[in-house]
Design a protein around this ligand. Structure first.
Ligand code: CTP
Length: 421
């Protein structure tokens, strides 16, 4: 593999190494993301004297005066208290590159590159990249519970390349989950990792990895509760609702690559099925309304951003209605659009339709199924949206009368459009 040397510029005498995701992704042949550097043998004072701007809160990180790229002083970390903040950081000029690499999570993330393109790889990260193994660097892995989530989200990204978690790493992850340490993770960090997983090509690998580590129940209990809940085989040949949500999440990632808002709605659209009494299985009448409460609980707990919440609520409530678009009455189509606020926020309908298509095709054997409902709902929405208030509303009308006239004109537009295929 051909290394592209990085240019240390006028800081050529400093010992600067490219590290982490940038080295890993280049070796994997993936597009370059942010570049992170480690600097050995310096102090905050000598960095400042060389023009670097300090930015680190928890440990010494600096921005390069020209490129603005992050440069961290080589450091070691030692666990002193439970939780991800219970670390003492040690960064002084005596800390070596190898010590800095040793504190890192996975071998594939613990490779450094010198300015002339030579790789420093004391933990055989290159071998694990070749063999497609996500393996922890050392016993200190267990000190940071966030790494259980990081393993899962790296799997969401790298499973399609053939990666699996090393058995001994999975063993440590189980130990960490069993110790209850995952409960110490703050919501922001959980959301950060979940959001990255949902924007990755295979979100199901995030769920599967957490389940294998026995950690999904601690992180996403509402989602974990869907495993083992049966659905009717004629609609859901995969039967298990947990498998269905995995398939839907992966289908959403395929239909809208990198779109975590659509991904989140796909993941959570069926949460209500976990609340169906067993006596009613395998049917789930009313699961759309039932899902809103666990969805709200999940969103509150993880402080999920509003855009994600709103689409997720809509998809949870309306997915069966969208599937039935072709059978709904004209007025019912209108009211569905109105409930989605689709006349003020028209972009919502395409997103909702994408989630519903993912739901339809996220079933065993339905991967290539057509979804004419989606195109039809978008067509009807466009027609209703094109109705101008000026044409619909007559002079002298007030408040409620305006609303009624507009509704009627939109329903007429939907009816006319439906009769012209
Ligand atoms: N790292 C770690 N343990 C953590 C967080 C980070 O060991 N809990 C190390 C890893 O070596 C990682 C590097 O810090 O490669 C940078 O972390 P981050 O930017 O979060 O991840 P990347 O690996 O760069 O991945 P991404 O492509 O998502 O940025």
């Amino acid at each position: 593999m051909c290394a592209q040397p990085h240019d240390p510029g006028h800081h050529g005498r400093m010992k600067i190494y490219l590290v982490g995701g940038a080295v890993r992704d280049r070796l994997l042949g993936l597009p370059a993301g942010d570049r992170d550097f480690v600097v050995v043998g310096e102090t905050p004072e000598s960095m400042a004297a060389a023009g670097f701007r300090p930015v680190g809160r928890d440990f010494p990180v600096f921005l390069h005066p020209d490129s603005g790229e992050e440069h961290a002083l080589a450091r070691t970390e030692r666990k002193t208290a439970p939780g991800y903040r219970g670390f003492v950081v040690h960064a002084d000029p005596s800390v070596t590159l190898e010590q800095d690499l040793e504190r890192r999570d996975f071998t594939i993330n613990a490779i450094a590159e010198t300015p002339d393109g030579t790789l420093v790889d004391p933990f055989d990260g290159q071998r694990d990249i070749e063999q497609r193994v996500l393996r922890h660097v050392g016993p200190a892995f267990i000190e940071d519970p966030l790494r259980v989530l990081r393993a899962a989200r790296f799997m969401a990204r790298f499973a399609p390349l053939g990666f699996s978690v090393a058995p001994e790493t999975l063993e440590l992850m189980r130990t960490m989950a069993a110790s209850g340490e995952l409960d110490a993770l703050v919501p922001e960090r959980i959301w950060q990792e979940l959001a990255k997983a949902l924007a990755a090509p295979r979100p199901s690998a995030f769920l599967q990895t957490l389940r294998q580590a026995h950690g999904l129940a601690a992180i996403l209990p509402e989602v974990d509760a869907l495993y083992g809940v049966p659905q009717r085989a004629e609609y859901h040949p995969e039967i298990d609702t947990g498998i269905h949500q995995e398939l839907v999440s992966d289908m959403a990632a395929q239909l809208a690559p990198g779109d975590g808002v659509i991904g989140f709605a796909a993941l959570t659209h069926d949460l209500g099925k976990a609340l169906t009494p067993e006596s009613k299985w395998p049917r789930h009448i009313g699961h759309e309304q039932a899902g809103l409460k666990p969805l709200e609980g999940l969103c509150e707990r993880l402080k999920v951003p509003n855009a994600h919440r709103e689409l997720a609520r809509m998809a949870c409530r309306e997915h069966l209605n969208v599937h039935r678009t072709l059978e709904l009455r004209d007025a019912t189509v209108h009211d569905l659009l109105a409930r989605c606020d689709a006349f003020r926020k028209p972009e919502r309908i395409e997103a909702l339709v994408t989630v519903c298509e993912a739901d339809r095709r996220g079933r065993l054997g339905f991967e290539d199924a057509a979804y004419p409902q989606g195109a039809e709902l978008m067509r009807l929405h466009a027609a209703a949206l094109a109705v101008s208030a000026r044409d619909a509303v007559r002079e002298g009308m007030t408040g409620p009368a305006i609303g009624r006239a507009l509704r009627k004109a939109r329903i007429d537009a939907i009816a006319t459009t439906r009769s012209t295929p």
